[in-house]
Ligand binder design. Structure first.
Ligand code: FAD
Length: 369
C-alpha cells in the first residue's frame, strides 16, 4: 500500500511533488520544445530520467513500486509534459545483440533515434503484414494503422507474419524504399499517430528482433509492461480530481450551504472514493507482486481495466457535480475528460482484456483475487 513505502521512497515522493510543482508546472506551455528540454534536464538531475532504462545500458532502472509511486505522484499534481520526464525504454529491443544493439537500441536510449510500435492494422486489411525471407533479406508487405509518434520516428518495431516461421518483431527503418507514410492524425487525447503501408520493403534479416516466429510474446510483453504505467498515471489523475471535487463540495453554493451537504451529491462523491480506494490498493499490490518476481499478466490487465474505467467515470461525475464551467474548453476537467478516454482502447481494449482475464482463469488456471 502507498502507506508502507520505505523512508527513501517517501523522500523521493516529496521530491517528485516539488519537481512537478516547481519544474513541470512552471514551464511555459506556449513553448513546448523548450519546456520539454528544461524538464528533461531537471529530470536527469533528480535521477528520474534513467529510471525506465536498464542499469546494464547506463540507466538507473527502478523497481515497479518506485516507478508506480513516481508516476502516480507526478500525475496527482496534474503536471504537464509528463512525456518528457522519463528516458526512452528499450521496449521490444530489450536484450538485443549487435548489430541491432549498436544501430538502434543504444541510439534509442541516448535520444539520438526515435522508435515507434507497429502492431495494430486497419479494420479492412485483407491479410496481416507479412514477410518472405529471401537470402539475407526479409521482403515485407502490409499496413499498420495507429503508430504513435510514427511520423517523427526513425524506425518502426513492426509485427510481421514471416512465411513458414510465424509472427515476428522486425525493425523497419522509415527511410527504406517502399515505406509509405499514408496518414498522420491526432486522437482525442492530443497524441499523434501515423498509418503506414509497406510495399515489398527489403529489410536486412538481421533486423528481425530475436528468433523469427517468436515475436508475439515479445510484443505482448511490451504491451503488458505499459499497462501498469497507464494504471499508475490514471491513479494519479484520480487523486487530483478527487482533491478538486473535495474542495468544490466543501465550498458554499448560492444558498450559503456547502455543496456536499446534499445527500445525492454526497452519495455520488462517496461512491467515487470507494472505487478510488479499491483502485489504489490494486495498483500498489500489483506493483509489489511484479517486484517479487511474480507473473502479473492478469493482474496488470485487471488493474489497467479497473483504474482507467474508474478515472473515466470519476472525471465524468466531477464534471456533472461542478457544472457547466467544467466543460469550458481549457478547464482542467474538460482536458482530462479527453485525455483519459483513450486509455480504455490503447494497449488493449477493455472488453478484449476482460476476455483475456476470463480465458486466463478458465482455460489456463492463471490469475489471483
Ligand atoms: C492513444 C492510442 C495510442 C495507440 N498507440 C498504438 C501504437 O503505438 N501502436 C499500435 O500498434 N497501436 C496503437 N493503438 C491502437 C490500439 O492498440 C487499438 O486501438 C486497440 O488495440 C483496439 O484495437 P482496434 O482499434 O483495432 O479496435 P478493435 O480490435 O476493432 O476493437 C473495437 C471493439 O470491438 C470489440 N472487440 C474487439 N475484439 C473483440 C473480441 N475478440 N471479442 C469481443 N469483442 C471484441 C471490443 O468492444 C472493442 O472495444 C493506439 C490506440 C490509441 C487510442
Amino acid at each position: 500500500m502507498p502507506e508502507q513505502l520505505s523512508p527513501e521512497t517517501q523522500e523521493l515522493r516529496i521530491q517528485c511533488q516539488q519537481f512537478a510543482r516547481e519544474v513541470m508546472c512552471a514551464q511555459d506551455r506556449a513553448d513546448p520544445v523548450l519546456a520539454r528540454k528544461n524538464i528533461r534536464a531537471a529530470s536527469k538531475d533528480l535521477g528520474l530520467f534513467g529510471m525506465t532504462q536498464p542499469s546494464s545500458l547506463g540507466g538507473s532502472q527502478a523497481d515497479q513500486l518506485t516507478l508506480t509511486m513516481v508516476r502516480e505522484t507526478l500525475a496527482a499534481e496534474n503536471a504537464p509534459f509528463m512525456d518528457a520526464v522519463f528516458g526512452p525504454s528499450p521496449g521490444v529491443l530489450g536484450g538485443v545483440d549487435d548489430p541491432l544493439r549498436s544501430s538502434h537500441l543504444l541510439p534509442l536510449l541516448a535520444g539520438e533515434k526515435r522508435g515507434s510500435f507497429g502492431f495494430t492494422e486497419p479494420d479492412d486489411v485483407e491479410s496481416p503484414t507479412r514477410g518472405i525471407i529471401q537470402g539475407k533479406t526479409l521482403r515485407v508487405t502490409g499496413q499498420k494503422s495507429y503508430v504513435t509518434g510514427g511520423a517523427d520516428a526513425d524506425f518502426i518495431n513492426t509485427l510481421v507474419q514471416i512465411e513458414d516461421r510465424g509472427p515476428s518483431m522486425v525493425v523497419i527503418d522509415k527511410d527504406l524504399a517502399g515505406v509509405d507514410l499514408e496518414q498522420k492524425f491526432s486522437s482525442l487525447d492530443g497524441s499523434h499517430h501515423a498509418a503506414f503501408r509497406f510495399h515489398d520493403v527489403e529489410v536486412p534479416l538481421t533486423h528481425v528482433i530475436g528468433e523469427p516466429g517468436k515475436g508475439l510474446p515479445r510484443a505482448m510483453r511490451q504491451i503488458g509492461d505499459t499497462r501498469l504505467l497507464i494504471a499508475a498515471t490514471a491513479m494519479g489523475y484520480t487523486l487530483w480530481v478527487l482533491e478538486l471535487l473535495t474542495n468544490h463540495l466543501k465550498s458554499p453554493d448560492k444558498s450559503g450551504q456547502p455543496r456536499g451537504d446534499k445527500d445525492v451529491v454526497r452519495w455520488r462523491y462517496a461512491e467515487q472514493r470507494i472505487k478510488a480506494y479499491a483502485a489504489r490498493s490494486m495498483l500498489y499490490r500489483t506493483a509489489r507482486l511484479a517486484d517479487s518476481g511474480e507473473n502479473i499478466v492478469n493482474e496488470a490487465m485487471a488493474a489497467k481495466v479497473f483504474i482507467t474505467e474508474q478515472v473515466g467515470d470519476l472525471v465524468d461525475t466531477a464534471i456533472q457535480l461542478v457544472g457547466g464551467s467544467a466543460l469550458i474548453e481549457d478547464h482542467p476537467l474538460a482536458q482530462l475528460y479527453r485525455q483519459v478516454r483513450a486509455w480504455r482502447l490503447a494497449e488493449g481494449a477493455s472488453d478484449v482484456l476482460r476476455l483475456n482475464i476470463g480465458r486466463g482463469i478458465l482455460e489456463l488456471d492463471k490469475g489471483r483475487i
